[in-house]
Design a binder for this molecule. Structure first.
Ligand code: FES
Length: 189
């Protein structure tokens, strides 16, 4: 899940936790022996609130737990699940690590980048999608795979990616075959 690049994110201006979220912030802090240990759940809450993490949001998290902003930035930069720039409605994270690479990850990634016409930040021409290359997402036995927002899609081919994208574009995403598992695994072809 580590990211290779750690660009300095832009700044949208100072932010504070909305009053309605303060009980949740306190509840998160209460779960850990030290305030500093809450850095990841607070980054997650911040991302949920502001959609992506800019420098001011990271400064807020740093103030909340009394650590330097550089430490918060280091954590946010390491994990691709933390967004450091605006993304499309659908964040597509395609695994490029060995198990996926051996069974066609590169073809899947190139196909997605080409058909969605992504720019150098991975954002599609229509702004709906963002395609990112990420490291292992722990679904190696069903490679190649990708995560779109919260859902895993496994045993992908360029053709199945087209199916998935068409479903998202039409507003009728592929129904999860087993909703309790929360992922879509295509049959072995
Ligand atoms: S190598 Fe792709 S999910 Fe592990």
């Amino acid at each position: 899940m580590s990211s290779h690049a750690a660009p300095i994110p832009a700044s949208r201006g100072p932010v504070e936790w909305p009053d309605a979220l303060l009980p949740q912030v306190e509840e998160i802090l209460s779960r850990y022996p030290t305030r500093q240990a809450a850095v990841m759940p607070l980054l997650w809450l911040a991302q949920d609130t502001w959609d992506w993490l800019d420098l001011d949001v990271m400064r807020l998290v740093a103030r909340t737990i009394d650590i330097p902003p550089s430490q918060v930035h280091a954590v946010a930069s390491f994990y691709t699940m933390f967004k450091k720039s605006p993304t499309g409605k659908y964040l597509i994270q395609v695994c490029q690590t060995l198990s996926c690479a051996l069974v066609g990850a590169e073809a899947v990634i190139e196909h997605m980048e080409r058909t969605l016409e992504v720019d150098e930040h991975g954002n599609s021409k229509d702004g709906l999608f963002t395609v990112l290359r990420v490291e292992c997402l722990a679904s190696c036995g069903s490679a190649p795979m990708m995560q779109i927002n919260e859902h895993f899609y496994e045993r992908l081919t360029p053709a199945t990616c087209d199916q998935i994208i068409a479903g998202l574009r039409s507003g009728k995403p592929l129904a999860l075959p087993r909703p309790e598992v929360d992922k879509w695994t295509f049959p072995v072809s």
